[in-house]
Design a protein around this ligand. Structure first.
Ligand SMILES: C[S@@+](CC[C@H](N)C(=O)[O-])C[C@H]1O[C@@H](n2cnc3c(N)ncnc32)[C@H](O)[C@@H]1O
Length: 252
């Protein structure tokens, strides 16, 4: 069996492609509305949804861009997005199977690159951001949306622990300070940054990743043993549901 990190990602996401198309937590949100509002003013010719998953960014981009590429490491995800785009009558979405760290596009291709809830799975975070900068036109704009780890080490460690137990393809939810450093290394300048809260409903959260029972029990055990300040920080509920911070970064 191939045990590279990329193959772990493909094994985790491939069989769940349809679940990500249908996931309510991915299909809606203030962050998606922000993306759409932003892109409606930009009207890009050529836009990239990087790590497209179930394609929720691509569907929004397609209303305002001439051409949208939905790209993902998982061929199953790209296939599910193309099928859904056809069902929605969105003829301007094309698919591309690719790693974020090795994009098969020429320099300066896109007016707009959007990457939502994908970078925390990448084996090479700075490498992927560097590729995003390379394929973006000089005056193009990138929007990055992801879970934001707390700057506080106690809460950060709790978050990464439950994320990894849930999903072995999890690498790291980065802190806003880590996003800033990595984006600078990749050649981006941050223009603006916003924050949202996102509630994770425990049952669908573990079902989407087919988390084994032993890992579910370990997550619940960590939550039950957590300090009061963590319970409050993540608003941990009786059934394990909790609230995350997410961030939206506009960069050029
Ligand atoms: C949580 S899903 C993305 C959700 C989607 N962007 C949305 O807005 O609903 C994460 C996606 O990132 C993809 N991914 C993980 N690592 C990747 C990499 N190195 N390059 C490209 N895609 C990657 C996974 O295959 C998966 O489809």
């Amino acid at each position: 069996m191939n045990t590279s990190h990329d193959s772990v990602v493909q094994r985790q996401f491939g069989p769940q492609a349809q679940a990500y198309v249908e996931s309510s937590v991915h299909a809606a949100g203030a962050d998606l509305d922000w993306i759409e509002q932003y892109v409606s003013q930009l009207s890009p010719t050529h836009a990239l949804d990087l790590g497209c998953g179930g394609g929720h960014v691509a569907y929004r981009l397609a209303r305002h861009a001439e051409r949208v590429i939905a790209s993902d490491l998982s061929a199953d995800m790209v296939g599910a997005v193309l099928e859904t785009a056809a069902d929605k009558g969105l003829a301007n979405i094309e698919g591309q199977v690719a790693s974020a760290a090795d994009l098969p596009f020429a320099d300066n291709t896109f007016d707009c690159v959007v990457c939502r809830f994908s970078a925390h799975h990448w084996r090479d975070f700075v490498g992927g951001l560097t590729e995003a900068r390379r394929v973006l036109k000089q005056d193009g704009v990138a929007l990055f949306i992801d879970v934001a780890a707390p700057e506080n080490a106690l809460a950060d460690t709790h978050l990464q622990a439950i994320e990894l137990l849930r999903d072995p393809s999890h690498v790291r939810d980065y802190r806003p300070s880590e996003w800033s450093s990595a984006l600078a290394l990749a050649g981006f300048e941050i223009k603006s940054l916003r924050r949202w809260k996102l509630r994770m409903d425990f049952e669908p959260w573990i079902a989407r990743m087919r988390t084994p029972d032993a890992h579910v029990a370990a997550i619940r055990s960590l939550q039950e043993a957590a300090a009061e300040e963590l319970r409050q920080y993540f608003t941990i509920e009786q059934d394990g549901s909790f609230v995350l911070d997410t961030t939206g970064i506009e960069a050029m």
